[in-house]
Design a protein around this ligand. Structure first.
Ligand SMILES: *[C@@H]1O[C@H](CO)[C@@H](O)[C@H](O)[C@H]1NC(C)=O
Ligand SMILES: *[C@@H]1O[C@H](CO)[C@@H](O)[C@H](O)[C@H]1NC(C)=O
Length: 186
């Protein structure tokens, strides 16, 4: 009986030690994005309000680590690029203005390219190849920017400008995240 009690006591002690060690490591390796990290990241962004809004209110990001936040950011970016392509396709079908038609066609290509580039960036991020992720995100930003230039001065739908701006701001956050993960400077 004494032996049994002793074993039980040992088992409880061991479990307690494991539990405490686990708690300790969980506390010292905080995984969620800390508010100070969000603030520091957004301070470098091209649109602070956008950055804070996005990182604070996008599902999954507040509970994610930096890599997780990067993946979610790029997933949203890809969805937005796909949406934008659909939107331009619909606009193209409605317009009769030949100049605008050409521009919308270019924008459709731009958004197709942006979608591919963002997918490639996400794959690179998952593979922890931050340098390639960086290049792909920059390429997608250029695509959004090119579409914006393309429709400048034309009676294009205002919605398109908003979509371009949104994607550009979003990808800037992606870029800041890969810069941070890769230890690169801006
Ligand atoms: C987002 O979070 C940051 C950091 O915690 C905070 O400073 C900022 O006020 C928050 N902004 C919004 C719009 O919730
Ligand atoms: C910055 O972000 C805010 C909030 O999302 C948005 O209303 C505004 O249009 C953005 N400005 C630019 C220049 O992108």
């Amino acid at each position: 009986m004494a032996l049994f009690n002793y074993s039980l006591f040992s088992l409880v002690s061991v479990l307690l030690i494991i539990f405490c060690a686990f708690r300790l490591s969980a506390a010292s390796f905080r995984v969620e994005l800390a508010p100070s990290q969000v603030a520091a990241l957004c301070k470098e962004s091209i649109n602070h309000t956008f950055c804070l809004d996005f990182l604070n209110s996008t599902a999954g990001i507040p509970a994610a680590d930096l890599l997780g936040a990067g993946k979610i950011t790029l997933k949203v970016g890809r969805d937005k690029a796909l949406d934008a392509r659909k939107c331009v396709k619909a606009l193209l079908a409605q317009t009769t203005d030949p100049k605008l038609k050409e521009s919308y066609k270019t924008c459709m290509e731009n958004y197709g390219d942006a979608t591919d580039a963002i997918s490639a960036a996400k794959a690179s991020l998952v593979a922890k190849d931050y340098a390639t992720a960086n290049i792909k995100i920059s390429a997608a930003q250029t695509d959004a920017d090119t579409c914006d230039d393309e429709v400048k001065g034309l009676p294009a739908a205002a919605e398109l400008g908003e979509r371009n701006r949104y994607l550009f701001n979003l990808l800037n956050i992606g870029l800041l995240i890969t810069n941070k993960l890769g230890g690169f400077h801006e």
